[in-house]
Write a protein that binds this ligand. Structure first.
Ligand SMILES: Nc1ncnc2c1ncn2[C@@H]1O[C@H](COP(=O)(O)OP(=O)(O)OP(=O)(O)O)[C@@H](O)[C@H]1O
Ligand SMILES: [Mg+2]
Length: 680
């Protein structure tokens, strides 16, 4: 049966339109207003009248016969709920995930054909699998496959984004308009007016298919008010709206002692029962979730907290596309997408009961696990922070550190590598081990996992930790890796998780992440300390290349200054290689690898920089760090700095400030470095 819905921007109107009344614009009032503050007032009133004019333009009102003309012109306006949502999902654009992706993303997704959907891309991170499954469900359902008669069910741990996904769909639906029978409590599809015997012919004439029947209220009106002359029945546009309860409904778990179905299917208005006879549709209040959500979505929150009877009503609504009308009013046709969600414990409990098989068979399960990609986890907290009033300074690496903790807690251990390495591989990074890029693919790691992403620290825990860190440092108005880590340690210690879990989590915080952060911090301080760090790294890189190439090809190097041909300087090569433990005979192989890797990179047209080959980048950075051992003295020995050292110290602080630190956290991290990095 046909449903139509269209986006504001895509509709063209035929000539036979009955216009809505002209609404007086604010421009009229403006002439009457006092000229004080006229400019601001003009701006506001312009905004309002422009908006009103635009909205009025999109409104349409007419009788059913004019609606048929509209459909003739644009048959696509007749569509069912799943098609409406599917079209909306696609409107944000679709592209191959690898298209214009950064190298890390490319590395991770090179063998997949996942798509990136603009609809979700700006708000949901690291959810590619989930999002693709959701779109697949809507695609099949839009084509009226079996999915169109099944519940879409999101299963995932707390705070994994289930509610947010449904919210997004509901929110965006509010930008969609549909045509419906005027005054219908279920804003139903006007095509329901067509009598059965004419439908085939109209379907052919209009190139559409028609499904569904009039609701009892409209049926009554058609007979009493229009003498069954359905062509006169008024039709108008209506917007999906959560607040006005049009096409968007939400059902929280219902108190098991009071599983009154009126929440779902509406009720009879008892006060009217004296006035009208039994069976008179005028007593009907079709305001249950299934009525309200007609042509759009009905969300079931924490769905398995409801009694089974309730769930059966949900299944019947999707499967049969009918719900009972309250009292003796038969069945009411509904067309809607039912989206339910809950966490795993409830799902397992429900699944274990074999009497629930019939329900299980009518559910499409889409897992919504936690994100496991560091870069994306950081984006989640940036999004949450941007949406809040949080306006404190965030020191570099703060969100990374918090995100690393969250992800580590969500990973299953493996014999193939340590967890931090797993985290980096999942993030698309190249991990260097004994001078070589680790050859372990994400696919290999994923082969062994069972429940990864379905347990661990939630996004809410991290959000709270960020808030706690700030409330401990109100005067500094800054959160940094140090106070956030402390906040997380406190929260873990104070939690009621089991001792074993706490031990593992504290180990992450106090050991792996502590060390990892110190490594990062050391690099960061070195970068700030070494005058034009990048230039120096590039010079080292160029020198290494010149000499390694000559060494491999058994040729000589031209000295830049004297233009003399000289032997490759093995001392220089070794001093860099030993930074990543390449010594003895492995040096020859390493040099060959570097040269051939970089050769093929140039052939592909890539620009060579010191970061091009990950193992060499690491070696060069370490070399630079080791060459500035005096940092430690300058940072740690505040009292004994001479004036030259003090200048260097000040320059370093200045650089750190330019690189995103604030007056408060620059102090904190330098003290931390002094206490932890270079203690003698
Ligand atoms: N992968 C993600 N991308 C973007 N935001 C996310 C992601 N995962 C979680 N969030 C954010 O985390 C917060 C919590 O998510 P949400 O409330 O949707 O979780 P939920 O799965 O419904 O949890 P619960 O089971 O506790 O109801 C939201 O602000 C949400 O936007
Ligand atoms: Mg939720």
């Amino acid at each position: 049966m046909p449903i139509e819905a269209y986006r504001h921007s895509t509709v063209s109107f035929p000539s036979r339109i009955i216009k809505t009344e002209e609404i007086p614009t604010l421009g009229v009032n403006r002439e009457m207003a006092e000229p004080t503050n006229t400019r601001v007032y003009t701006k506001f009133s312009d905004l309002i009248s422009k908006d009103r004019a635009e909205r009025t333009k999109k409104e349409w009102k007419g009788d059913f016969i004019s609606y048929l003309d509209l459909v003739k012109e644009n048959p696509k306006i007749v569509k069912l709920a799943h098609r409406t949502i599917y079209d909306m999902l696609l409107e944000g654009g679709v592209k191959d995930i690898n298209e214009d992706a950064d190298p890390k993303t490319k590395r991770l997704f090179k063998d997949t054909n996942l798509k990136q959907y603009g609809f979700f891309a700006e708000e949901f991170f690291g959810m590619e699998d989930t999002v693709n499954k959701i779109v697949k469900y809507f695609h099949s359902a839009a084509l009226k496959g079996e999915e169109s008669r099944q519940v879409l069910y999101f299963l995932g741990p707390v705070g994994s984004g289930k509610s947010s996904l449904v919210e997004k769909i509901k929110r965006e639906l509010e930008n969609v308009t549909m045509y419906s029978l005027e005054g219908c409590p279920m804003h139903e599809e006007p095509m329901h007016l067509l009598p059965r015997h004419l439908r085939k012919e109209f379907e052919k004439l209009l190139g559409i298919s028609i499904e569904g029947d009039l609701c009892p209220v409209c049926r009554y009106r058609l007979k009493e008010e229009f003498n069954n002359e359905y062509e006169r029945f008024p039709v108008s546009t209506v917007n999906f709206s959560k607040r006005s309860r049009v096409g968007v409904a939400s059902v929280p778990p219902v108190d098991p002692n009071n599983q009154d179905t009126s929440v779902l299917v509406g009720s009879e208005d008892i006060s009217k029962l004296d006035k009208y006879s039994e069976g008179d549709p005028r007593v009907l209040e079709l305001n249950g979730a299934f009525n309200v959500g007609n042509r759009g979505v009905v969300e079931f929150i924490e769905v398995f907290k409801n009694e089974t009877e309730y769930l059966h009503a949900m299944i019947t609504a999707t499967q049969e596309k009918n719900v009972p009308a309250p009292g003796r009013h038969g069945m009411v046709y509904v067309d809607e997408c039912i989206i339910a969600h809950s966490n795993e414990a409830e799902w397992q409990k429900f699944k274990a009961d074999h009497t629930n098989e019939a329900i299980l068979d009518r559910i499409v399960v889409v897992k919504v696990p936690y994100n496991l990609r560091l870069s994306e986890e950081v984006k989640i907290y940036q999004k949450i922070i941007n949406a809040s009033d949080f306006n404190a300074h965030i020191a570099p690496h703060t969100l990374e550190l918090a995100s690393m903790f969250a992800i580590l807690s969500r990973l299953e251990p493996t014999a193939k590598c340590d967890l931090l390495t797993k985290l980096k591989l999942y993030n698309g990074e190249e991990v260097i081990e004994k001078g070589h890029t680790k050859r372990l693919s994400v696919e290999e790691l994923k082969d062994d996992v069972k429940r990864e992403g379905l347990f661990g620290i939630s996004t809410r825990f991290i959000s709270k930790a960020l808030d706690n860190a700030l409330s401990e440092n109100i005067e500094g108005n800054c959160i940094n890796p140090i106070n956030v880590r402390e906040a997380m340690i406190k929260m873990v210690k104070g939690s009621d998780w089991g001792d074993d879990s706490k031990k593992v989590l504290l180990e992450f915080l106090q050991d792996s992440l502590h060390k990892e952060y110190l490594t990062t911090l050391e690099k960061e301080i070195t970068k700030a300390f070494v005058y034009s760090y990048r230039d120096q790294a590039e010079i080292l890189f160029q020198n290494y290349l010149d000499h390694a190439e000559a060494y491999v090809n058994k040729t000589k190097v031209k000295d830049h200054n004297t233009k003399e041909d000289i032997q490759p300087d093995e001392g220089l090569l070794k001093s860099i290689e030993e930074q990543i433990a390449i010594i003895g005979s492995s040096a020859d192989t390493f040099r060959q690898e570097v040269i051939s890797y970089l050769w093929s990179a140039t052939r592909r047209g890539n620009k060579l920089t010191y970061t091009s080959y990950e193992p060499l980048k690491e070696a060069i950075e370490k070399k630079l760090m080791s060459s500035v051992r005096e940092i430690s003295r300058i940072v740690t020995k505040a009292r004994t700095r001479d004036s030259e050292q003090q200048d260097k110290y000040n320059d370093m602080v200045k650089n750190l400030l330019e690189n995103g630190y604030c007056e408060s956290c620059v102090d904190v991290v330098l003290k931390y470095a002094a206490n932890n990095l270079w203690r003698d």
